[in-house]
Design a protein around this ligand. Structure first.
Ligand code: LLP
Length: 414
Protein backbone atom coordinates (compact mmCIF):
# COMPACT_ATOMS: atom_id res chain seq x y z
CA UNK A 1 0.00 0.00 0.00
CA UNK A 2 1.56 3.30 -1.05
CA UNK A 3 1.64 5.76 1.81
CA UNK A 4 -1.31 7.73 0.43
CA UNK A 5 -3.59 4.96 1.76
CA UNK A 6 -3.34 4.21 5.47
CA UNK A 7 -5.43 3.35 8.47
CA UNK A 8 -6.20 6.12 10.94
CA UNK A 9 -8.08 5.15 14.06
CA UNK A 10 -9.16 1.95 12.40
CA UNK A 11 -10.46 3.63 9.24
CA UNK A 12 -8.82 3.29 5.86
CA UNK A 13 -8.03 6.76 4.53
CA UNK A 14 -6.84 8.15 1.23
CA UNK A 15 -4.83 11.29 2.02
CA UNK A 16 -7.12 13.05 4.52
CA UNK A 17 -10.34 11.36 3.46
CA UNK A 18 -12.03 8.41 5.19
CA UNK A 19 -12.94 5.99 2.42
CA UNK A 20 -15.99 4.79 4.33
CA UNK A 21 -17.46 8.26 3.82
CA UNK A 22 -16.78 8.15 0.09
CA UNK A 23 -18.45 4.74 -0.15
CA UNK A 24 -21.48 6.03 1.76
CA UNK A 25 -21.83 9.27 -0.17
CA UNK A 26 -20.94 8.11 -3.71
CA UNK A 27 -22.02 4.49 -3.53
CA UNK A 28 -20.12 1.40 -4.62
CA UNK A 29 -18.42 0.13 -6.68
CA UNK A 30 -16.29 3.23 -6.87
CA UNK A 31 -12.72 3.99 -7.86
CA UNK A 32 -10.80 6.40 -5.66
CA UNK A 33 -7.57 8.08 -6.74
CA UNK A 34 -5.10 10.15 -4.76
CA UNK A 35 -3.93 13.26 -6.56
CA UNK A 36 -0.93 13.59 -4.22
CA UNK A 37 0.07 10.00 -4.93
CA UNK A 38 -0.10 10.51 -8.69
CA UNK A 39 1.86 13.76 -8.54
CA UNK A 40 4.49 12.20 -6.26
CA UNK A 41 4.98 9.29 -8.64
CA UNK A 42 5.24 11.63 -11.61
CA UNK A 43 7.57 13.88 -9.64
CA UNK A 44 9.91 10.98 -8.97
CA UNK A 45 10.41 10.60 -12.73
CA UNK A 46 10.66 14.35 -13.32
CA UNK A 47 13.29 14.83 -10.62
CA UNK A 48 15.12 11.65 -11.63
CA UNK A 49 15.66 12.88 -15.18
CA UNK A 50 16.55 16.48 -14.32
CA UNK A 51 19.62 17.68 -16.12
CA UNK A 52 19.23 15.81 -19.41
CA UNK A 53 16.88 16.67 -22.28
CA UNK A 54 13.84 14.46 -21.72
CA UNK A 55 10.08 14.07 -21.68
CA UNK A 56 7.91 11.82 -19.55
CA UNK A 57 4.97 10.70 -21.65
CA UNK A 58 2.41 9.19 -19.30
CA UNK A 59 0.80 6.11 -20.92
CA UNK A 60 -2.84 7.15 -21.12
CA UNK A 61 -4.04 3.55 -21.41
CA UNK A 62 -3.29 2.96 -17.72
CA UNK A 63 -5.89 5.48 -16.58
CA UNK A 64 -7.40 7.96 -19.01
CA UNK A 65 -9.75 9.83 -16.72
CA UNK A 66 -9.78 13.49 -17.75
CA UNK A 67 -9.04 14.69 -14.22
CA UNK A 68 -6.02 12.40 -13.97
CA UNK A 69 -4.76 13.58 -17.36
CA UNK A 70 -5.33 17.22 -16.42
CA UNK A 71 -3.38 16.75 -13.19
CA UNK A 72 -0.44 15.32 -15.12
CA UNK A 73 -0.69 17.87 -17.93
CA UNK A 74 -0.46 20.68 -15.38
CA UNK A 75 2.59 18.98 -13.87
CA UNK A 76 4.24 19.15 -17.29
CA UNK A 77 3.76 15.59 -18.49
CA UNK A 78 3.57 14.53 -22.10
CA UNK A 79 1.39 11.62 -23.14
CA UNK A 80 1.81 8.28 -24.85
CA UNK A 81 -1.35 7.40 -26.76
CA UNK A 82 -2.42 4.31 -28.69
CA UNK A 83 -5.63 5.49 -30.35
CA UNK A 84 -7.49 8.49 -31.66
CA UNK A 85 -9.73 8.17 -28.62
CA UNK A 86 -6.78 8.64 -26.29
CA UNK A 87 -5.67 11.70 -28.27
CA UNK A 88 -9.16 13.11 -27.89
CA UNK A 89 -8.99 12.55 -24.14
CA UNK A 90 -5.58 14.22 -23.86
CA UNK A 91 -6.72 17.29 -25.80
CA UNK A 92 -9.95 17.52 -23.77
CA UNK A 93 -7.89 17.42 -20.59
CA UNK A 94 -5.73 20.32 -21.76
CA UNK A 95 -2.71 18.23 -22.76
CA UNK A 96 -0.25 19.75 -25.19
CA UNK A 97 -0.32 17.90 -28.56
CA UNK A 98 3.33 18.78 -29.07
CA UNK A 99 4.10 16.49 -26.13
CA UNK A 100 2.17 13.51 -27.50
CA UNK A 101 3.73 10.37 -28.92
CA UNK A 102 1.48 7.96 -30.80
CA UNK A 103 2.37 4.28 -30.23
CA UNK A 104 0.57 1.10 -31.23
CA UNK A 105 0.76 -1.66 -33.79
CA UNK A 106 -2.39 -0.89 -35.79
CA UNK A 107 -3.01 2.82 -36.27
CA UNK A 108 -5.77 3.52 -38.80
CA UNK A 109 -5.61 6.12 -41.57
CA UNK A 110 -8.23 8.22 -39.74
CA UNK A 111 -6.25 8.14 -36.50
CA UNK A 112 -3.04 9.13 -38.27
CA UNK A 113 -4.78 12.03 -40.03
CA UNK A 114 -6.29 13.20 -36.75
CA UNK A 115 -2.89 13.07 -35.02
CA UNK A 116 -1.16 14.88 -37.89
CA UNK A 117 -3.75 17.62 -38.01
CA UNK A 118 -3.47 18.17 -34.25
CA UNK A 119 0.32 18.44 -34.62
CA UNK A 120 1.48 15.72 -32.24
CA UNK A 121 5.16 15.32 -31.43
CA UNK A 122 5.86 11.96 -33.07
CA UNK A 123 4.80 8.49 -34.11
CA UNK A 124 6.33 5.24 -32.92
CA UNK A 125 5.89 3.02 -35.97
CA UNK A 126 5.70 -0.73 -35.99
CA UNK A 127 5.87 -1.67 -39.68
CA UNK A 128 7.22 -0.37 -42.97
CA UNK A 129 3.70 -0.14 -44.38
CA UNK A 130 2.71 2.14 -41.51
CA UNK A 131 5.69 4.43 -42.11
CA UNK A 132 4.77 4.63 -45.81
CA UNK A 133 1.16 5.50 -44.92
CA UNK A 134 2.23 8.23 -42.48
CA UNK A 135 4.58 9.62 -45.11
CA UNK A 136 1.85 9.86 -47.75
CA UNK A 137 -0.73 11.34 -45.35
CA UNK A 138 1.79 13.88 -44.04
CA UNK A 139 2.64 14.98 -47.58
CA UNK A 140 -1.06 15.37 -48.37
CA UNK A 141 -1.64 17.45 -45.23
CA UNK A 142 1.52 19.49 -45.77
CA UNK A 143 3.08 18.33 -42.51
CA UNK A 144 6.34 16.75 -41.49
CA UNK A 145 5.84 13.84 -39.12
CA UNK A 146 8.56 12.96 -36.69
CA UNK A 147 8.91 9.17 -36.78
CA UNK A 148 10.65 6.57 -34.63
CA UNK A 149 10.66 2.89 -35.40
CA UNK A 150 9.60 0.70 -32.52
CA UNK A 151 12.35 -1.81 -32.22
CA UNK A 152 11.94 -5.18 -30.65
CA UNK A 153 15.24 -5.50 -28.78
CA UNK A 154 14.75 -9.20 -27.98
CA UNK A 155 15.09 -8.79 -24.25
CA UNK A 156 13.21 -11.03 -21.86
CA UNK A 157 11.18 -8.87 -19.50
CA UNK A 158 10.39 -11.92 -17.31
CA UNK A 159 6.89 -10.70 -16.59
CA UNK A 160 3.43 -12.20 -17.17
CA UNK A 161 3.30 -13.54 -20.77
CA UNK A 162 0.25 -11.38 -21.58
CA UNK A 163 2.13 -8.18 -20.73
CA UNK A 164 5.54 -9.11 -22.08
CA UNK A 165 6.29 -7.55 -25.45
CA UNK A 166 10.01 -7.47 -26.14
CA UNK A 167 10.80 -10.93 -27.51
CA UNK A 168 11.18 -11.86 -31.18
CA UNK A 169 7.96 -13.89 -31.18
CA UNK A 170 5.81 -10.94 -30.08
CA UNK A 171 3.71 -8.93 -32.52
CA UNK A 172 5.29 -5.68 -31.37
CA UNK A 173 7.93 -3.65 -33.12
CA UNK A 174 10.47 -4.59 -35.76
CA UNK A 175 13.23 -7.06 -34.89
CA UNK A 176 16.51 -5.43 -34.03
CA UNK A 177 18.21 -7.59 -36.67
CA UNK A 178 15.99 -6.27 -39.47
CA UNK A 179 15.57 -2.69 -38.38
CA UNK A 180 18.62 -1.14 -40.05
CA UNK A 181 17.27 -2.01 -43.49
CA UNK A 182 13.95 -0.46 -42.54
CA UNK A 183 15.67 2.81 -41.59
CA UNK A 184 17.70 2.79 -44.82
CA UNK A 185 14.58 2.36 -46.95
CA UNK A 186 12.40 4.81 -44.98
CA UNK A 187 15.05 7.55 -44.73
CA UNK A 188 14.25 8.77 -48.22
CA UNK A 189 10.47 9.02 -47.75
CA UNK A 190 8.95 12.51 -48.01
CA UNK A 191 6.84 14.09 -45.27
CA UNK A 192 8.65 12.39 -42.39
CA UNK A 193 11.65 13.11 -40.21
CA UNK A 194 13.01 9.71 -39.33
CA UNK A 195 14.78 10.85 -36.19
CA UNK A 196 13.92 8.46 -33.36
CA UNK A 197 14.20 4.94 -32.05
CA UNK A 198 11.76 3.46 -29.58
CA UNK A 199 11.06 0.27 -27.67
CA UNK A 200 8.85 -1.06 -24.90
CA UNK A 201 9.69 -4.51 -23.60
CA UNK A 202 6.83 -5.25 -21.24
CA UNK A 203 4.96 -4.18 -18.17
CA UNK A 204 5.06 -4.79 -14.41
CA UNK A 205 8.84 -5.19 -14.25
CA UNK A 206 9.89 -5.27 -10.62
CA UNK A 207 13.54 -5.45 -11.59
CA UNK A 208 14.85 -2.71 -13.87
CA UNK A 209 17.76 -4.70 -15.28
CA UNK A 210 15.93 -5.88 -18.45
CA UNK A 211 15.08 -2.22 -19.10
CA UNK A 212 18.71 -1.24 -18.78
CA UNK A 213 19.73 -4.15 -21.01
CA UNK A 214 17.25 -2.88 -23.63
CA UNK A 215 18.55 0.67 -23.19
CA UNK A 216 22.10 -0.48 -23.91
CA UNK A 217 20.99 -2.34 -27.04
CA UNK A 218 19.08 0.73 -28.20
CA UNK A 219 22.09 2.99 -27.65
CA UNK A 220 24.21 0.65 -29.76
CA UNK A 221 21.53 0.88 -32.42
CA UNK A 222 21.56 4.69 -32.25
CA UNK A 223 25.32 4.62 -32.87
CA UNK A 224 24.92 2.21 -35.77
CA UNK A 225 22.16 4.28 -37.38
CA UNK A 226 24.04 7.53 -36.96
CA UNK A 227 27.06 5.88 -38.58
CA UNK A 228 24.81 5.12 -41.56
CA UNK A 229 23.92 8.80 -41.84
CA UNK A 230 20.51 8.61 -40.14
CA UNK A 231 20.36 11.54 -37.72
CA UNK A 232 18.74 9.94 -34.67
CA UNK A 233 17.82 12.54 -32.09
CA UNK A 234 15.22 10.82 -29.90
CA UNK A 235 15.42 7.68 -27.78
CA UNK A 236 12.09 6.44 -26.36
CA UNK A 237 12.43 3.52 -23.95
CA UNK A 238 8.71 2.96 -23.30
CA UNK A 239 7.23 2.21 -19.89
CA UNK A 240 7.21 -0.92 -17.83
CA UNK A 241 8.39 -0.33 -14.27
CA UNK A 242 6.14 -2.27 -11.94
CA UNK A 243 4.57 -1.72 -8.56
CA UNK A 244 4.38 -4.00 -5.51
CA UNK A 245 0.92 -5.56 -5.66
CA UNK A 246 1.72 -8.04 -2.89
CA UNK A 247 2.56 -6.59 0.48
CA UNK A 248 5.97 -8.34 0.28
CA UNK A 249 6.91 -7.48 -3.33
CA UNK A 250 10.13 -5.56 -3.90
CA UNK A 251 9.65 -1.95 -4.92
CA UNK A 252 11.54 -1.05 -8.09
CA UNK A 253 14.17 1.54 -7.39
CA UNK A 254 12.91 4.27 -9.74
CA UNK A 255 15.50 6.91 -8.78
CA UNK A 256 18.31 4.35 -9.08
CA UNK A 257 17.07 3.21 -12.47
CA UNK A 258 16.76 6.79 -13.73
CA UNK A 259 20.18 7.77 -12.53
CA UNK A 260 21.79 4.79 -14.30
CA UNK A 261 19.80 5.63 -17.40
CA UNK A 262 20.92 9.23 -17.21
CA UNK A 263 24.55 8.21 -17.06
CA UNK A 264 24.07 5.93 -20.07
CA UNK A 265 22.47 8.68 -22.14
CA UNK A 266 24.44 11.71 -20.92
CA UNK A 267 26.68 13.39 -23.47
CA UNK A 268 25.16 11.50 -26.42
CA UNK A 269 23.06 14.37 -27.74
CA UNK A 270 19.79 12.48 -27.32
CA UNK A 271 16.32 13.53 -26.23
CA UNK A 272 15.18 10.77 -23.85
CA UNK A 273 11.55 9.79 -23.62
CA UNK A 274 9.84 7.37 -21.23
CA UNK A 275 6.24 6.16 -21.27
CA UNK A 276 5.39 5.08 -17.72
CA UNK A 277 1.78 4.22 -17.01
CA UNK A 278 1.32 1.79 -14.14
CA UNK A 279 4.10 3.21 -11.98
CA UNK A 280 2.46 6.66 -12.10
CA UNK A 281 -1.09 5.69 -11.13
CA UNK A 282 -1.42 2.09 -9.85
CA UNK A 283 -0.64 2.66 -6.19
CA UNK A 284 -2.75 5.80 -6.06
CA UNK A 285 -6.00 4.00 -6.81
CA UNK A 286 -8.37 1.65 -5.01
CA UNK A 287 -11.68 0.10 -5.95
CA UNK A 288 -14.27 0.31 -3.19
CA UNK A 289 -16.95 -2.36 -2.95
CA UNK A 290 -19.67 -3.38 -0.53
CA UNK A 291 -20.15 -6.89 0.80
CA UNK A 292 -23.52 -8.20 -0.39
CA UNK A 293 -23.54 -11.72 1.01
CA UNK A 294 -21.45 -14.36 2.68
CA UNK A 295 -21.86 -17.96 1.69
CA UNK A 296 -20.25 -21.30 2.36
CA UNK A 297 -20.10 -24.14 -0.13
CA UNK A 298 -18.66 -27.25 1.46
CA UNK A 299 -15.46 -26.05 3.07
CA UNK A 300 -15.21 -23.03 0.81
CA UNK A 301 -16.07 -19.54 1.97
CA UNK A 302 -17.26 -16.85 -0.41
CA UNK A 303 -17.43 -13.13 0.18
CA UNK A 304 -19.78 -11.80 -2.47
CA UNK A 305 -19.25 -8.11 -3.22
CA UNK A 306 -20.80 -5.57 -5.57
CA UNK A 307 -17.63 -5.16 -7.68
CA UNK A 308 -16.72 -7.70 -10.32
CA UNK A 309 -14.47 -8.52 -13.24
CA UNK A 310 -16.47 -5.92 -15.17
CA UNK A 311 -14.94 -3.21 -12.96
CA UNK A 312 -11.54 -4.86 -12.32
CA UNK A 313 -10.59 -7.57 -14.77
CA UNK A 314 -6.93 -7.95 -13.80
CA UNK A 315 -7.39 -10.93 -11.43
CA UNK A 316 -9.41 -12.83 -14.05
CA UNK A 317 -7.15 -11.92 -16.95
CA UNK A 318 -3.65 -12.10 -15.46
CA UNK A 319 -4.24 -13.88 -12.15
CA UNK A 320 -3.24 -10.52 -10.75
CA UNK A 321 -3.08 -9.95 -7.03
CA UNK A 322 -4.79 -6.97 -5.40
CA UNK A 323 -4.73 -6.68 -1.61
CA UNK A 324 -8.25 -6.70 -0.18
CA UNK A 325 -8.63 -4.43 2.83
CA UNK A 326 -11.66 -3.59 4.94
CA UNK A 327 -12.51 0.13 5.03
CA UNK A 328 -13.10 -0.27 8.76
CA UNK A 329 -10.58 -2.47 10.55
CA UNK A 330 -12.35 -5.69 11.38
CA UNK A 331 -12.67 -7.00 14.93
CA UNK A 332 -13.64 -10.52 13.92
CA UNK A 333 -10.31 -11.84 12.69
CA UNK A 334 -9.80 -13.19 9.20
CA UNK A 335 -11.27 -15.86 6.99
CA UNK A 336 -9.85 -17.74 4.03
CA UNK A 337 -12.25 -16.96 1.22
CA UNK A 338 -12.80 -16.21 -2.43
CA UNK A 339 -13.86 -12.61 -2.90
CA UNK A 340 -16.21 -12.75 -5.85
CA UNK A 341 -18.52 -10.48 -7.79
CA UNK A 342 -22.02 -10.87 -9.23
CA UNK A 343 -20.94 -11.64 -12.82
CA UNK A 344 -21.90 -15.02 -14.25
CA UNK A 345 -18.39 -16.37 -14.80
CA UNK A 346 -16.26 -18.61 -12.62
CA UNK A 347 -13.38 -16.26 -13.44
CA UNK A 348 -15.20 -13.43 -11.72
CA UNK A 349 -13.12 -13.00 -8.60
CA UNK A 350 -11.13 -10.21 -6.99
CA UNK A 351 -9.20 -12.67 -4.82
CA UNK A 352 -9.06 -16.46 -4.60
CA UNK A 353 -8.37 -18.52 -1.51
CA UNK A 354 -7.21 -15.40 0.29
CA UNK A 355 -6.99 -14.74 4.01
CA UNK A 356 -9.15 -11.63 4.22
CA UNK A 357 -10.83 -9.68 7.00
CA UNK A 358 -13.89 -11.51 8.27
CA UNK A 359 -16.28 -8.96 6.78
CA UNK A 360 -20.05 -9.16 6.89
CA UNK A 361 -22.81 -8.02 4.54
CA UNK A 362 -22.97 -4.23 4.54
CA UNK A 363 -19.24 -3.84 5.26
CA UNK A 364 -17.06 -2.18 2.67
CA UNK A 365 -13.73 -3.29 1.30
CA UNK A 366 -11.10 -1.93 -1.05
CA UNK A 367 -9.16 -3.71 -3.76
CA UNK A 368 -5.84 -1.90 -3.55
CA UNK A 369 -3.31 -0.83 -6.18
CA UNK A 370 -6.09 -0.54 -8.72
CA UNK A 371 -5.31 2.90 -10.17
CA UNK A 372 -3.77 1.45 -13.34
CA UNK A 373 -5.62 -0.74 -15.83
CA UNK A 374 -8.60 -0.79 -13.48
CA UNK A 375 -11.32 1.54 -14.69
CA UNK A 376 -9.47 1.72 -18.02
CA UNK A 377 -10.30 -1.94 -18.67
CA UNK A 378 -13.79 -1.84 -17.16
CA UNK A 379 -16.66 -3.01 -19.32
CA UNK A 380 -20.43 -3.14 -19.31
CA UNK A 381 -20.45 -6.95 -19.26
CA UNK A 382 -23.64 -8.34 -17.74
CA UNK A 383 -25.09 -4.87 -18.44
CA UNK A 384 -23.33 -3.49 -15.42
CA UNK A 385 -23.02 0.26 -15.07
CA UNK A 386 -19.46 1.46 -15.07
CA UNK A 387 -18.55 2.73 -11.60
CA UNK A 388 -17.96 6.29 -10.55
CA UNK A 389 -14.46 7.65 -10.11
CA UNK A 390 -13.42 9.99 -7.33
CA UNK A 391 -10.30 12.11 -7.01
CA UNK A 392 -9.04 12.94 -3.54
CA UNK A 393 -7.15 16.15 -2.91
CA UNK A 394 -6.06 16.54 0.70
CA UNK A 395 -9.12 16.59 2.93
CA UNK A 396 -11.67 16.65 0.14
CA UNK A 397 -12.76 14.66 -2.84
CA UNK A 398 -14.73 15.20 -6.01
CA UNK A 399 -16.47 12.88 -8.41
CA UNK A 400 -14.46 12.99 -11.63
CA UNK A 401 -16.72 10.59 -13.43
CA UNK A 402 -20.20 9.89 -12.24
CA UNK A 403 -21.63 6.42 -12.22
CA UNK A 404 -23.19 5.40 -15.51
CA UNK A 405 -26.94 5.44 -15.80
CA UNK A 406 -29.28 2.86 -17.30
CA UNK A 407 -30.03 5.27 -20.15
CA UNK A 408 -26.31 5.55 -20.93
CA UNK A 409 -26.11 1.79 -21.04
CA UNK A 410 -28.25 1.68 -24.20
CA UNK A 411 -27.10 4.98 -25.71
CA UNK A 412 -26.69 4.66 -29.45
CA UNK A 413 -28.73 1.46 -29.69
CA UNK A 414 -32.04 1.20 -31.46
N1 LLP B 1 4.27 2.17 -23.81
C1 LLP B 1 3.76 1.18 -24.56
C2 LLP B 1 4.07 1.13 -25.97
C3 LLP B 1 2.94 0.19 -23.96
O1 LLP B 1 2.45 -0.79 -24.70
C4 LLP B 1 2.65 0.27 -22.57
C5 LLP B 1 1.79 -0.73 -21.93
C6 LLP B 1 3.20 1.34 -21.84
C7 LLP B 1 4.01 2.26 -22.49
C8 LLP B 1 2.95 1.52 -20.36
O2 LLP B 1 3.50 0.48 -19.63
P1 LLP B 1 3.49 0.52 -18.02
O3 LLP B 1 4.43 1.59 -17.59
O4 LLP B 1 2.10 0.77 -17.59
O5 LLP B 1 3.97 -0.84 -17.65
N2 LLP B 1 -3.39 -4.34 -18.85
C9 LLP B 1 -2.14 -4.84 -18.33
C10 LLP B 1 -0.97 -3.97 -18.74
C11 LLP B 1 -0.83 -3.84 -20.23
C12 LLP B 1 0.30 -2.91 -20.63
C13 LLP B 1 0.26 -2.62 -22.07
N3 LLP B 1 1.26 -1.70 -22.54
C14 LLP B 1 -2.25 -4.97 -16.82
O6 LLP B 1 -3.31 -4.69 -16.26
O7 LLP B 1 -1.31 -5.42 -16.17
Amino acid sequence: MGNVFEYRQGLLCCEGVELQKVAEREGTPCYVYSSAGILNAYGEYAVGLEGIPHRICYAVKANGNLAVLALLARAGAGFDIVSGGELYRVLKAGGDPEKVVFSGVGKTREEIEYALSEGIHSFNCESEAEIALISSLAVRLGRTASVAVRVNPDVDASTHPYISTGLKEHKFGIGIAEVRGVYDRAAALPGIALDGVSCHIGSQLLDASPLLEAAQKMLDLVDALRARGIPIRVLDLGGGLGVPYHAGDPRPDVPGFLSTLKSLVAGRDLFLMLEPGRSIVAESGALLARVLYRKKSGEKEFVIVDASMAELIRPALYEAHHEILPLRECRFGTVKADVVGPVCESGDFLAEGREVANVLPGDTIAAMTAGAYGFAMASNYNARLRPCEVLVEGESWRVVRRRETLAELVRGEQ
